[in-house]
Design a protein around this ligand. Structure first.
Ligand SMILES: Nc1ncnc2c1ncn2[C@@H]1O[C@H](COP(=O)(O)OP(=O)(O)OP(=O)(O)O)[C@@H](O)[C@H]1O
Ligand SMILES: [Mg+2]
Length: 501
C-alpha cells in the first residue's frame, strides 16, 4: 500500500483530485440511476393500474388456441393471465397492435408458480418470465373466484437505467481523465515557485559554512509573491540574510582575534628586543650597567602594562561577572580630571606661565550614581580624560560633563583639539589602534585604552561612542543608572578635584 503513495507533492495532489472526483461522480451516478429507476417504476405501476384487469378478463372468454381476447386500448407487450383453483388457465401477450393481436405464452413451471404466488391485492411485483423476460405484474381477484394477472414489460426500465449508467460512466470517466491530466499540469505549474524554493534550499545546504570566507549570495526568486510560497521564499531569504550577517560577523571576529594575537606578539617583541639589547650591552666590558638597567626596568614596566591590559581585556571578553556596587560617577570624574591636571603640570615646564590644558567641568549638583565596579569604571573614565590630555596640543580646552538622559548617565569628554581622522575614528575602539603608531609607541601608548573603555562600558550594559571634527572631539560614555542614583544615597563627592578654567 505504501508503495502506491506518490513520492512527490504534485503526485499526491493529483491523486487526491482524481480520487475525490471519482467518489463524487460515483455518488452522483448511483443517485441519478436510483432516482430514474424509481421514477420509471412508479410510472409503469401507474400504467399498470390504468390498464386494469381488462385484458386478463378478456382471455377468459376466448379459447386457449385462438383466444378472442379484447386488445383494444391495451399497450403492445401487455401480458395477461388467469388462474383458478391453483392453476394458470390462460395466458397471453399482445404481440400486434391491430386485430386480435394476442399471442399465446408458454409458461414454465417456475413461471406458473411465480404467477400463482402473486397476492391478489393489486400490488405490483417484478417477475422474470422465461419466455418474455422481466415483467411488472399485478394480480386482482376476478368476479368468479379466479385471479386476473396483468403485466407490462419491465425491460424498458432496465434498458433506460442501463443507458443512463453507460452514458454517465463514459462522461464521468472522461472527466476524471481530463482532470488527472489537466490537474497534474496545473499543479505542476502552481508548484513551480516551490520547486525554486527547494532548489535554493538544496543549494544552500551543500555550502560548507564551517570556516573561511563564505559567499552566501543565493536567494529565492519570486519572494515578492503574496501567496504561501512567496511567504516561504521571503522567510528563507530573510533567514539567509541573517545567516550571511552572522557569518560575516563570525569572520570579522575571527580576523580580529588573529590580528589581536599578532598585534600582542608584535607589541611585546619591541620592548623584549630592547631588554635583550640593553642586557647584552650591560654584559660588555666597560659599559654603563646603570643606564642599561634603567632602560630594562622601563621596558619591563611597559611590558607589564601591556600584559595587564591584555589580561583585563581577556577577562572582560570572558564575560566574568564584575563587582556591582553604587559608584559615584561624579567623584570618578573629579578624580580623573584632578590626576590629569597634576600630570599636565608634571609634563610641562613648571616655570611656564600659561597652563597646558584648560580643564572645565560640567556636572549636575546631585551626585550621579551608577551600579558597577568602581576600579574598572575609574579606569574607563581615566582613559578618556588621559586621551584628551595626551593626544591634544597645549592650550586645548577639555570639558568633562555628566548629564542624566532617561535611565542612563552620559559622561562626555569634549576637547577643542585637532580631532581624529575619519578612518581612525571608525576603528579607534579596536585593539592596538593608534593615531601614529611609530611615534605613539615611543611615547608609551599601546592603543588599548579605548578598547578597554569600550569593553568596560559593555560589561556594565553601556556603550561608548565618538564624534570628531577638527576643533571639537567628543567621547561619550553611556551607563545605565541605578534607580536610587537620583535620591543621592551615595557618599557625597569631595570637591577637591573641581577646577576652574
Ligand atoms: N581626544 C583625542 N583627540 C585626538 N585623538 C585621540 C583622542 N583620543 C584618542 N585619540 C586617538 O585614538 C588613538 C587610540 O586611543 P587609545 O586610548 O585607544 O590608545 P592610546 O591612547 O594611543 O594608548 P593607551 O591609551 O593604551 O596608552 C590614539 O592613539 C589617538 O591617536
Ligand atoms: Mg589612551
Amino acid at each position: 500500500m505504501r508503495r502506491l503513495r506518490p513520492r512527490t507533492l504534485r503526485g499526491r495532489l493529483t491523486l487526491g483530485l482524481v480520487v475525490l472526483l471519482t467518489v463524487i461522480f460515483a455518488g452522483v451516478g448511483l443517485a441519478t440511476a436510483a432516482l430514474l429507476r424509481t421514477f420509471l417504476v412508479d410510472r409503469l405501476d401507474q400504467q399498470l393500474v390504468a390498464a386494469g384487469p381488462h385484458y386478463a378478463e378478456s382471455l377468459e372468454h376466448g379459447q386457449a388456441e385462438n383466444p378472442l381476447s379484447d386488445t383494444r386500448g391495451q399497450a403492445l407487450g401487455t401480458f395477461g393471465a388467469r388462474s383458478a383453483d391453483g392453476m394458470v388457465t390462460q395466458s397471453g401477450v399482445i404481440a400486434r397492435a391491430s386485430g386480435n393481436g394476442t399471442s399465446l405464452v408458454k409458461l414454465s413451471a417456475a413461471d406458473s408458480r411465480a404467477l400463482l404466488a402473486l397476492p391478489p391485492d393489486g400490488s405490483a411485483h417484478t417477475v422474470r418470465l422465461s419466455a418474455l423476460g422481466a415483467y411488472r405484474l399485478r394480480a386482482v381477484a376476478g368476479d368468479d373466484g379466479d385471479t386476473l394477472v396483468t403485466g407490462l414489460p419491465f425491460e424498458h426500465v432496465e434498458d433506460t437505467v442501463r443507458d443512463l449508467a453507460m452514458t454517465e460512466l463514459a462522461l464521468f470517466g472522461g472527466a476524471v481523465v481530463v482532470a488527472a491530466v489537466g490537474g497534474g499540469a496545473w499543479v505542476r505549474l502552481a508548484l513551480r515557485p516551490l520547486d525554486r524554493v527547494a532548489t535554493t534550499a538544496e543549494r544552500v545546504s551543500t555550502l560548507s559554512l564551517a570556516s573561511g570566507e563564505v559567499a552566501l549570495d543565493v536567494r529565492v526568486p519570486d519572494a515578492d509573491r503574496h501567496d504561501e510560497v512567496g511567504r516561504v521564499g521571503a522567510s528563507l531569504n530573510r533567514m539567509l540574510g541573517h545567516v550571511e550577517n552572522a557569518l560575516a560577523r563570525r569572520q570579522a571576529v575571527e580576523r580580529r582575534l588573529r590580528d589581536f594575537a599578532a598585534d600582542a606578539g608584535h607589541e611585546l617583541r619591541t620592548p623584549l628586543a630592547s631588554v635583550r639589547g640593553h642586557a647584552e650591552l650591560a654584559l660588555r666590558r666597560g659599559a654603563d650597567p646603570h643606564h642599561a638597567l634603567t632602560r630594562i626596568d622601563a621596558e619591563a614596566r611597559r611590558m607589564s602594562r601591556i600584559v595587564d591590559d591584555l589580561l583585563l581585556l581577556a577577562r572582560l571578553d570572558a564575560g566574568r561577572p564584575l563587582e556591582s556596587v553604587d559608584v559615584d560617577l561624579t567623584l570618578l570624574v573629579l578624580n580623573a580630571v584632578d590626576d590629569a591636571q597634576a600630570a599636565d603640570h608634571g609634563d610641562g615646564d613648571a616655570a611656564a606661565s600659561d597652563p597646558l590644558h584648560a580643564w572645565r567641568l560640567d556636572l549636575p549638583t546631585d551626585p550621579v550614581v551608577v551600579p558597577g565596579d568602581p576600579h574598572r569604571l575609574a579606569q574607563a573614565v581615566a582613559n578618556l580624560v588621559t586621551n584628551a590630555r595626551v593626544h591634544t596640543p597645549a592650550g586645548t580646552r577639555v570639558t568633562v560633563g555628566i548629564a542624566l538622559r532617561g535611565d542612563s548617565a552620559r559622561l562626555t569628554v569634549e576637547d577643542t583639539g585637532p580631532g581624529l581622522a575619519p578612518e581612525l575614528a571608525e576603528r579607534v575602539f579596536d585593539r592596538f589602534t593608534r593615531g601614529d603608531p611609530t611615534r605613539s609607541r615611543a611615547s608609551g601608548s599601546t592603543g588599548l585604552g579605548l578598547a578597554i573603555t569600550q569593553a568596560i562600558a559593555e560589561a556594565h550594559g553601556g556603550r561608548v561612542a565618538v564624534a570628531s571634527a577638527p576643533g571639537r572631539t567628543v567621547f561619550v560614555l553611556v551607563l545605565p543608572i541605578t534607580p536610587r542614583s537620583a535620591a543621592g544615597t551615595a557618599p557625597p563627592a569631595s570637591g577637591d578635584g573641581s577646577s576652574g578654567t
